[in-house]
Design a protein around this ligand. Sequence first.
Ligand code: PNS
Length: 161
Amino acid sequence: MPARRVVCPGSFDPVTNGHLDIITRAALIHDEVIVAVFPNLSKHALFTLDERVGLLREVTGKIANVRVQKFDGLIVDFCRSHDVSAIVKGLRAVSDFDYEMQMAQMNYNQAGVETLFMTTNPLYAFLSSSLVKEFAKYHGDVSGLVPVPVLDALAKRMAQG
Ligand code: PNS
């Protein structure tokens, strides 16, 4: 039987506990999970692509069947070149659904790539990287919402101004 290798794509600027929850659960039910870090052209990035990859490697390091890499291109091309059978996405709320559905159907239409949706842990249903960045910028408390290495990286970045 071929390995069930899936991809968890995102911009992860930065990775949150909500992302980590989805990655961990995806790894429990698949042979291998590749976390693919994409530049997001429409959002202002706080961390470089390499910094985001580094943080993800640090926080997923103990999960044996997870690897992290960056990619600049279409997710369907990543899937083709890495022999990935499906994209795994977390769905937080109904508000996520329309856009996620559109992307999933586009990716299936273009390359026959399936998308599997996992429901977000309700503990993190409200959580997004954008809100983490906004709260961190104005010295809000985001501990408990991001892994400790991300908390440290946020503190350092904010101190740099
Ligand atoms: O964490 P984000 O910003 O919600 O992730 C969005 C991401 C990176 C998953 C999405 O923009 C994506 O798949 N980008 C790769 C480029 C691509 O294939 N775009 C067309 C999607 S149908």
